[in-house]
Design a protein around this ligand. Sequence first.
Ligand code: PGA
Length: 246
Amino acid sequence: MMKHILCNWKMYFSYNHAIKWIDDHGQQLKELADSSKHTIAIFPSIDACAQVRERLNNKSISIGAQDCAPYASGAYTGQTQACSLQEMGLQYCIVGHSETRHAYHLNNETIAHKIEQLNKTKVIPVICIGESQHDHEHDKTIEVITRQLEPLIPFLLPEKNYYVAYEPLWAIGTGTTPSPKYIDTISSHIKQYVRTHCSSRVSVMYGGSVSSATITQLSESVEVEGFLIGKASTDFQELKKIVTLL
Ligand code: PGA
């Protein structure tokens, strides 16, 4: 089955490093994308998005941003307008990644306003949700996921595509992954919750320690339509293995 491979480069690369990565592996990446049934998207730091897109210049590979502002415009130092992402030719934008939630103390309402801004563009929001280790250990996952989704519902438009990336915090960067059955239970809940509260359709991705060592087991999850890959996506050979194993 076709899957979406979303490569979240986080802040692993400087501008020069990201460009060098594309110069070194861009051609092979294009060949991989062209010969694969899966779609591939790269999410560099915002500084490198335009150059990475220009250098790849390939219809099979999309580019996405890692965040955007919850405001349209104004005196917000350091922020990026959602409409700039469209102007730069980007197809996706991650919102509410646990690392940005943590670093900027984001609440679910602010994340809803980021989605509201992206709704004015063709950019597809990749909405990250997930429970902490503590919530997981106390069987609070469904409750936490529901609490994260609830304020977003009024901002989901019926005619727009949304991705929800289920990323348990205890799986991000730890090498530990949930079982396919667990991922399917949470993914079904996400789809079911959205379906009963609005007429938008969401595609569910899984993220957290996706690698060539975990992808075969993770791909047994029938409810997920793709993967948000952090660290492993910064190593071309590793990324190629993941795509090939899928
Ligand atoms: P990881 O990160 O693949 O390095 O665990 C995933 C993410 O944070 O999106």
